[in-house]
Design a protein around this ligand. Structure first.
Ligand SMILES: NC(=O)C1=CN([C@@H]2O[C@H](COP(=O)(O)OP(=O)(O)OC[C@H]3O[C@@H](n4cnc5c(N)ncnc54)[C@H](O)[C@@H]3O)[C@@H](O)[C@H]2O)C=CC1
Ligand SMILES: O=C(O)C(=O)Cc1ccc(O)cc1
Length: 302
């Protein structure tokens, strides 16, 4: 049995278009509706047939939906929810895919105080964005984290879990606070480091741009992939997961200072100890098959 018969996706970029493609492939009889604030994106979505209907307002998109998934940058979630509030059917379930959860839940509850809300985050993506970047297999074998709270009916969480499992995802539930701390370590701060090191390299006037590009076959190249991720989306993630990101950055700063000291004083044992531990972490991730989104460089050597 299908968990939902009519699914609406608001925001037709990488994640929204991937959900539409994956739903069409896994549950072909589900009626799909899409909406995006950008008329150009709506035009592309229409042309490539992402949904049965591309609506021209958020309200029109949700009018007969039984699942509405918000796939916009986290800073826009509250405004989108407010824009569709008057047209949302009373029995519809609202979900989202935002990369940070505590502030998104607060924004959704404030805009939709009566609605059934099951917050979510598929931990799957790429550095690309827009409606043509999505693909149907994006969520296959990847985690989707749901962060229901006391106000979320269990039955609604079960239906959203069922939906994501049909798209091929493994579903886990946890509190929003815990999600935000875990993702700050595993995703947000790593992206910040990538943005920062690529920025530092481009600021070094005496290492010319061409040298940066020419010798970028090493670790720097991996950082440039991550640093190519969508600027608006990541600005919003950092502004919305401020507390957890700052806490992890504080720890990172202390650890970098420790490394600085080890290099300064020639403490090779401290360096070897850390590098041995981190190599073991990488190997266990590869063994668990969790490195699909990583680029190919150097894989042959692993
Ligand atoms: N990119 C990634 O790898 C992942 C992103 N996410 C989350 O998914 C969400 C969307 O990210 P992407 O699909 O990557 O971004 P994207 O930039 O590819 O698409 C976002 C779309 O939302 C539209 N939009 C913005 N404001 C809107 C509004 N007020 N009303 C309607 N549409 C609006 C934009 O026009 C754009 O087409 C974000 O919250 C992000 O944190 C979650 C997992 C992975
Ligand atoms: O492309 C990568 O390396 C990613 O880290 C993808 C990603 C980006 C944002 C998320 O909220 C979840 C996954």
């Amino acid at each position: 049995m299908l968990p939902f018969a009519r699914v609406t996706v608001i925001g037709l970029g990488l994640i929204g278009s991937s959900i539409l493609r994956a739903t069409r492939s896994a549950m072909p009889t589900v009626r799909l509706t899409g909406y995006d604030v950008d008329p150009e994106v709506r035009g592309i979505a229409d042309r490539i047939g992402l949904a049965d209907d591309i609506a021209d307002s958020a309200g029109a998109a949700v009018i007969d939906a039984d699942l509405v998934i918000l796939c916009v940058p986290v800073g826009a979630m509250g405004a989108v929810a407010a824009a569709l509030a008057d047209d949302l059917p009373a029995d519809a379930i609202v979900s989202d895919v935002g990369g940070s959860k505590e502030s998104v839940i607060a924004a959704l509850r404030s805009a939709l105080p009566e609605a059934t809300i099951v917050p979510g985050h598929p931990v799957a993506g790429t550095e690309f964005s827009g409606p043509e970047a999505g693909f149907a297999t994006l969520f296959r074998g990847r985690w989707c984290i749901l962060t229901p709270d006391d106000a979320t009916p269990e039955a609604a969480t079960v239906r959203v879990r069922d939906f994501w499992e049909k798209l091929g995802a493994n579903v886990e539930t946890m509190t929003a606070r815990h999600h935000d701390l875990v993702l700050a370590v595993t995703s947000h701060v790593p992206h910040l480091i990538a943005y920062s090191i690529v920025g530092t390299a481009s600021d070094l006037e005496d290492v010319t741009q061409s040298e940066v590009i020419k010798y970028s076959a090493g670790g720097f190249r991996d950082f440039t992939r991550i640093a190519a991720s969508d600027p608006t989306m990541w600005r919003d993630v950092f502004l919305n997961n401020r507390e957890a990101v700052l806490e992890i950055l504080q720890r990172l700063t202390e650890d970098v200072t420790m490394l600085q000291r080890a290099i300064r004083w020639g403490d090779g044992d401290a360096l070897l100890d850390l590098f041995t531990r981190t190599r073991a972490i990488r190997r266990s991730i590869v063994e668990q098959g969790q490195d699909d989104a990583a680029p190919d460089f150097g894989r042959a050597h692993e």
